[in-house]
Design a binder for this molecule. Structure first.
Ligand code: SAM
Length: 255
């Protein structure tokens, strides 16, 4: 797999860029929607450096258990070393492609009130198999929450003028509608979805360069031309506007 998809230093670069330039804060938006779900046991799949897992740990405290895993050792070690005092998150390194055994071997025979995955599920070898495994790990009254990129990504369209974009970058814009929603419609009674409008107004080409170099669609052969064009847009318009939306699906009441 592309090392930019799993290495924590690349993930940190992207998160820093989003924190600096996104008009709306994804974590506040996401947790606003998750707040209505009652949970004591939660599983975070593809947790990265813990952007959401720490929030889960804070919500659950001693009432239950927060479990989180990622395929990236560096992300899990950053999550462990940065946990705020008093917050407990059980972690392990593992692949969602072996979801059931990763959970059983590391967290025990446990079922969850909430299984969550943000911006990770599209890396699965087979998204439907992972969704099936998530379903098995849910309590009968449990909820599933999946988010990811959605439909609009003006940066990919811009970059496609300069180089090929990996197919996964295009496919992941559709995985919520193509895979997650059809699965949830079959397996749950109550489904809601929400769109995250994510505008970024980039004013510093060096910030953009760091972000671009950390992205899975980075192309070193085109870097100079891309940065020259972004710089000239910033000089002309005052900023380089990117819109990259997201979508969240929350499914409750297993059938
Ligand atoms: C864009 S990051 C999202 C991380 C976190 N959920 C967040 O929103 O900050 C995608 C994560 O998926 C992880 N990942 C990729 N393939 C995986 C797999 N097969 N199993 C588990 N995690 C995986 C990567 O290592 C990375 O941390």
């Amino acid at each position: 797999m592309n090392k930019r998809a799993t290495n924590s230093s690349f993930l940190n670069e992207r998160l820093d860029f989003n924190a600096k330039y996104s008009r709306a804060d994804f974590l506040s938006w996401l947790t606003g929607h998750l707040s209505s779900i009652p949970f004591c046991t939660v599983l975070d799949v593809g947790c990265g450096t813990g952007a959401q897992a720490v929030w889960f740990g804070r919500k659950v405290l001693s009432r239950g258990k927060t479990c989180a895993f990622d395929i990236s050792e560096s992300s899990i070690s950053q999550l462990k070393s940065s946990l705020p005092a008093g917050i407990s998150v059980e972690t392990c390194v593992g692949s969602m492609d072996e979801l059931i055994s990763v959970v059983k071997d590391n967290f025990g025979n446990i079922k969850f009130d909430l299984v969550h995955s943000s911006y990770s599920l599209y890396y699965a070898r087979d998204i439907n198999s992972v969704l099936e495994a998530m379903f098995v790990l849910l309590e009968p009254s449990g909820s599933l929450a999946i988010s990811g990129p959605y439909e609009t990504n003006t940066l990919l369209s811009f970059l496609s003028r300069f180089h090929d974009i990996p197919q996964l970058s295009w496919d992941c814009l559709k995985f919520i509608d193509d895979c997650v929603l059809p699965f949830c419609n079959k397996r749950f009674r109550n489904i809601e979805s929400h769109i995250f409008i994510n505008d970024q107004f980039v004013t510093d080409v060096n910030d953009f360069a760091r972000f671009y170099r950390s992205a899975t669609f980075f192309d070193p052969a085109a870097e100079k031309r891309v940065l020259k064009e972004v710089n000239s847009i910033i000089n002309k318009d005052g900023c380089f506007h990117i819109r990259k939306n997201g979508k969240l699906v929350i499914a409750r009441e297993k059938i």
